[in-house]
Design a protein. Structure first.
Length: 259
């Protein structure tokens, strides 16, 4: 009886061990995929190709960082910008890269990596209004457009309280400007410059020659997830040190990094 019990115990222990190993293996398999949230209407940082695949500076950078961090796969998931932080807080995604400015308010809800890009805000207006709006202050009190949840929207609200039209995507804001539904679009300057480089879409649009802010973009993780944050920071540092960051930057912006 004792021998049978020991045999049964060994069998159960073995089964339990294999069960634990299976669960552990499953966990490792899941951990090998880094789930990244973005909002893919923000060229050249993140946007969709004609076939629906996602590309851009942020997308290429996070894939390279993920590889350096030891992940077998980096899954980039497109979702509305204002849904990104809620998604990371509920563990639907592991991290965010979406040309997201590091702010004190956002840092209360997520933790940010070391900055990976330095930006600033600028304003687009119609060329026909260039004399009317020679500087940003001239737009005070006028109807402005911006993307929901961005620092552009917050700055626009300071310029024209209660007169800001907020859209889910930047292309919608640009379309509203061209339709004369607002007097200016407040947005990150790299996005504005990219839009202006698209000759057909930006015909009749110009930029006010004034930079409103200096902002830094960061990669966000769930609050307290120091393990992932350390991996991302280490991966980013490696890419900066070995020249890969510079290569990706020059590919998308046609110039050397400022920092």
């Amino acid at each position: 009886m004792k021998l049978k019990f020991n045999g049964l115990f060994k069998t159960l222990a073995c089964a339990a061990a294999f069960g634990c190993m299976s669960l552990s293996a499953a966990s490792v398999a899941e951990a090998e995929t880094l789930r990244v949230g973005t909002e893919a209407t923000y060229a050249p940082f993140e946007f969709a190709n004609a076939d629906g695949s996602l590309t851009g500076f942020d997308v290429e950078l996070i894939r390279a960082i993920g590889k350096e961090a030891g992940y077998d796969d980096v899954e980039v998931i497109n979702m509305p910008f204002d849904g990104l932080i809620p998604a990371i807080m509920t563990s639907q995604i592991d991290t965010i890269i979406a040309a997201m400015t590091i702010t004190e308010e956002r840092a209360k809800r997520v933790d940010f990596s070391e900055p990976y890009y330095t930006s600033g805000l600028s304003v687009l207006i119609l060329e026909e209004n260039a004399a009317k709006y020679p500087n940003v202050n001239a737009l005070k009190g006028q109807a402005l457009c911006a993307q929901i949840g961005t620092t552009g929207a917050m700055t626009a609200e300071k310029l024209s309280p209660g007169k800001v039209k907020a859209f889910n995507t930047e292309p919608e804001a640009f379309m509203e400007l061209k339709a004369k539904g607002c007097e200016g679009v407040v947005n990150d300057r790299p996005i504005n410059l990219y839009f202006l480089s698209q000759s057909d879409a930006s015909e009749g649009v110009t930029e006010i020659n004034e930079i409103l802010t200096a902002e830094k973009y960061g990669i966000a993780v769930r609050k307290g997830n120091t393990e992932l944050l350390d991996k991302l920071n280490a991966g980013l540092k490696t890419l900066r040190d070995n020249g890969t960051y510079d290569q990706i930057y020059q590919k998308w912006f046609k110039l050397a990094p400022k920092d």
